[in-house]
Design a protein around this ligand. Structure first.
Ligand code: FMN
Length: 205
């Protein structure tokens, strides 16, 4: 792996932020390839490396994904009883965010090499382990992007409609989309959201 050593680990951890808006500049494909290289070094259950990634930079695919997930969200919001104005606002903002990113990385798991159990409890745990491992891989990608001056935003939408995202991008049947990472360059100023105090997160016994 050839990650450039520009930031200390501490600087990378403390400096990474979530972005929902990006500068219009395109992101070179080589840079996306480099940040995804960082995913391969994440821990995984039984060393199965169950992560799969789809890079979307073509506007037609990007629109197809945004629209199809948006239609599904609209149906869910209407079923929840949301008013027309609220549905249009939330779905519209989500569409703009996805279309406004110069590159998307759809982050998936594959259960192909994971263990198969006859009972639902262990099978659920196995699936959860793959998801946890994907979370670790995604964080690696976010930090590698930050190290290269790229801005990223983690979007949960595919987790709520994996089959829609899978069909929209014509993915292999065993790929389960679980997250979307928006990738671009930071627009301008970066707001730092407050963090929870360590004493509220950690207990010692
Ligand atoms: C599993 C997960 C799902 C997330 N989904 C979304 C999302 O759908 N939309 C969004 O704007 N941010 C999403 N985020 C980003 C969080 O809102 C963000 O990490 C949090 O506000 C802290 O900000 P920071 O990342 O700049 O430290 C998600 C983060 C995680 C870990």
């Amino acid at each position: 792996m050839t990650l450039a050593k520009r930031l200390s680990l501490r600087d990378a951890l403390l400096g990474r932020r979530s972005f929902r808006l990006f500068a219009p500049d395109p992101v070179p494909a080589e840079l996306v390839r480099e940040i995804l290289e960082a995913a391969r070094w994440a821990p995984s259950p039984h060393h199965t490396q169950p992560w799969r990634f789809v890079v979307v930079t073509d506007a037609a695919w990007q629109r197809r994904l945004a629209e199809e997930m948006g239609h599904r969200w609209e149906l869910d919001l209407r079923a929840d009883g949301a008013a027309d104005e609220e549905v249009a606002g939330r779905v519209g903002r989500s569409h703009q965010r996805i279309m406004g990113a110069p590159a998307l990385v759809v982050c998936c798991i594959s259960m192909r090499d994971m263990h198969v159990y006859p009972d639902a409890v262990r099978q659920r745990a196995e699936h959860l382990m793959a998801s946890q491992s994907l979370g670790a891989a995604i964080e690696n990608v976010l930090l590698a992007a930050h190290e290269r001056g790229l801005a990223t935003g983690w979007i949960c939408a595919p987790l709520f409609c994996p089959e829609i995202a899978c069909a929209a991008l014509e993915l292999p049947g065993d790929w389960e989309p679980q997250a979307l990472v928006l990738v671009g360059y930071p627009p301008r100023d970066v707001l730092l959201p407050p963090r929870v105090k360590p004493e509220l997160l950690v207990e010692f016994r």
